[in-house]
Design a protein around this ligand. Sequence first.
Ligand code: DHB
Ligand code: FE
Length: 318
Amino acid sequence: MAKIVAGVGSSHVPAIGAALDNGKTEEPYWKRVFSGFEKSKKWMAETKPDVAIVVYNDHASAFSVEMIPTFALGCAAEFPPADEGWGPRPVPVVEGHPALAAHIAQSVILDEFDLTIVNKMEVDHGLTVPMNLLFGQPKDHWPCPVIPLAVNVVMYPPPTGHRCYMLGKAIRKAVESYPEDLKVVIFGTGGLSHQISGPRAGLINSKWDKAFLDGLSKDPKKLTRIPHIEYMREAGAEGIEMVMWLIMRGALDDKVDEVYRFYTVPASNTAVGHIILENKHKAAGKGKRAAARKGAAHKGRLAAAAKTTHRIASKGTR
Ligand code: DHB
Ligand code: FE
């Protein structure tokens, strides 16, 4: 069975990508930011996930005002880096995991979350910057396949924090009903507080950000009740990106081990936040057996649904 072992929260400030691509990581301004991810890169290299699910937002690179999916799951075999105005970033093409992605799509949609399935998509700094921060700068290949989940936080209305949290739970159920033994890490990206335009441009609210990180670690349910207006008021217009961290959190155990946290201000216009949360490793026992039974029942329902889909498809071709 596949298993989500940990969640990673990370900002995705595009200037971090530019600093990496232009060899500025040793400059004092940027060293302060990158030094906060040294332990994380070691943790990731030791954790060695088989797959990463990266929850991020597209910044009008793959989508535009013409089409705004609320939740778009990347089911393709590869996702090239997008040209965001100065050519695609010099990072490897992101390789997908079409089989697990299709399984998640089926499970989550049958669980009544209406995802958009995306079979062709370019990925922007929202995904590639957190990848660099956790996996470094590989030349040719990222160390594991990635399933991108793009969330609309650009055009009103984005999904609520509660909806995001519940989607995380549905993703976990999907992953745990996948038969292959895969170690999965899930990323929540974006934030923390920032506002890029208007009279409040440059707004940063460290107190609010730190309370959000505390809540993520200890009391995520409380965070799910934060309304959009509070994110906007307290964390700036772009601070709404933080709802995406609740998808990551929903996919983890209720109680987690916080293994690392980093916070620095600023990078570009933004407060950089980062957290690593691990699921507690439960010993085999009643709980685990009950979970396995639940997983088997869910798998059975998925198989039955797949048969029905097949019947409908073959009727259509007659
Ligand atoms: C900035 C931060 C973002 O999250 C983003 O998507 C674009 C710009 C910034 O700090 O400039
Ligand atoms: Fe952003």
